[in-house]
Design a binder for this molecule. Sequence first.
Ligand SMILES: Nc1ncnc2c1ncn2[C@@H]1O[C@H](COP(=O)(O)OP(=O)(O)OP(=O)(O)O)[C@@H](O)[C@H]1O
Ligand SMILES: [Mg+2]
Length: 140
Amino acid sequence: MKFLSTSEKQTLNFAKKFAGKLKGGEVLCLVGDLGAGKTAFTKGLAAGLGVKNTVTSPTFVLMKNYKVSGKGIKHLAHIDAYRLEGGAQLLGIGAEDYFGDAECVTVIEWADRVKDIWPKDAIKIEFKIGKGDKREINIR
Ligand SMILES: Nc1ncnc2c1ncn2[C@@H]1O[C@H](COP(=O)(O)OP(=O)(O)OP(=O)(O)O)[C@@H](O)[C@H]1O
Ligand SMILES: [Mg+2]
C-alpha cells in the first residue's frame, strides 16, 4: 500500500486510520531518513489506538511503553533503534516479549538497524522524503 502525504497532519491522520486495522501482535518496522515522519506516524498511530499520553521519541531510552485504552490491544511499545548496530541490545531489554505479545503493537523506528531480529511477519513501513513536505509511505 502506498500513501502520498503532503503534510504532517496528513501523515498523522493516515496513521490514525491505519491503527484501526491492527489487531494486536503486529511489529511495525519503520524505515526512513531523519525527519521522514516516523515519529509523526507513531504519534498518529498512538492517537488511533487510544493512547492518552503524549508520545515522544524514545531516542535516549530505547523503548517507551504506552497504555492503550481499547478492547484487544493493551499497549504500544515504541522503540528507537537509531543508536544500535544490531538487535542484540533490544533483546537485552526484552523486546522479543513485546514481539510475541498479542495484546501489544510494537513500533520500531530505524528498524533497518536491527534487521537481524525482525520477526518473520514484521510489517515494513518505508518513508521517503520528497520535495518540501511531501512524504511517500509504503507499507508491506
Ligand atoms: N508529510 C509530512 N509527514 C510527516 N512529517 C512531515 C511532513 N511534512 C513535513 N514534516 C515534518 O518533518 C518532520 C518529521 O519529523 P519526525 O520526527 O516525525 O521524523 P522521524 O522520521 O521520526 O525522524 P528521526 O529519524 O529524527 O526520528 C517534522 O518536523 C514534520 O513537521
Ligand atoms: Mg523519530
